[in-house]
Design a protein around this ligand. Sequence first.
Ligand SMILES: O=C(O)c1cc(C(=O)O)c2c(n1)C(=O)C(=O)c1cc(C(=O)O)[nH]c1-2
Length: 233
Amino acid sequence: MATSQDVLSREDFLAALQALSHRYWGTHPFHQRMHAGELTEHELRTWAANRWYYQCMLPQKDAAIISNCPLPEVRRQWLDRIVYHDGKVDGEGGAASWLRLCQAVGLTREEVLDQRHIAPGTRFAVDAYVNFARQQPWIIGVASGLTEMFSGHLMRQRVSDVLAGYSWIRREDLAYFTTRIDKVSGEGKETVDLVLEHCDTRALQDAAVAALSFKCDVLWSLLDSIERAAAKG
Ligand SMILES: O=C(O)c1cc(C(=O)O)c2c(n1)C(=O)C(=O)c1cc(C(=O)O)[nH]c1-2
């Protein structure tokens, strides 16, 4: 007789992870308004400036996973994510592309870099994600990044909807997303494979599902914070 402690098959474990897709930030009202072309320039600027904090902290989150991981082959693989965001040299990489997007929506480099627009809730949500990766077993930190399974579709939709809805934003301004879409299709599969392989007890499988649920909360809270900060004007 199957009990709640039985290890799930790969298929059932993957299905339990994918079942969280309805909690992903694609359905957040702020994203829905962005996609409908309804955001004001101020709202777009608040979004870009606040999300900068997420972009900044991702390499520290990934470094925390590496520091907790005893497996050289995984550390080697994961290191690529840090280089992806930070670039090999200053002015390259995901962070630099995000800065270009910030400038395209009308922010100066200075006001993004000095973080003056970052709302308390943004810091709180993003810091919670980094602390989670610091404190959890490495594979559970990896599992929290599985929201990326859901992100390719959303980013593709975002590029076409933003180009359709905001005539002053050009395709090259969205290079962060067009580059990321290609990257995420490969990385996303790698991450799923790691989690399916290394979460080999029911306790780890349950912890991975809980980690993905936690990450959906982080992203949702981030948009709640952005929406509120933008409404204050
Ligand atoms: O624009 C998006 O909707 C979106 C979502 C996510 C995500 O689902 O966490 C990431 C990204 N973008 C992204 O660009 C990115 O580099 C990234 C890294 C991670 C992560 O958890 O390690 N998520 C995401």
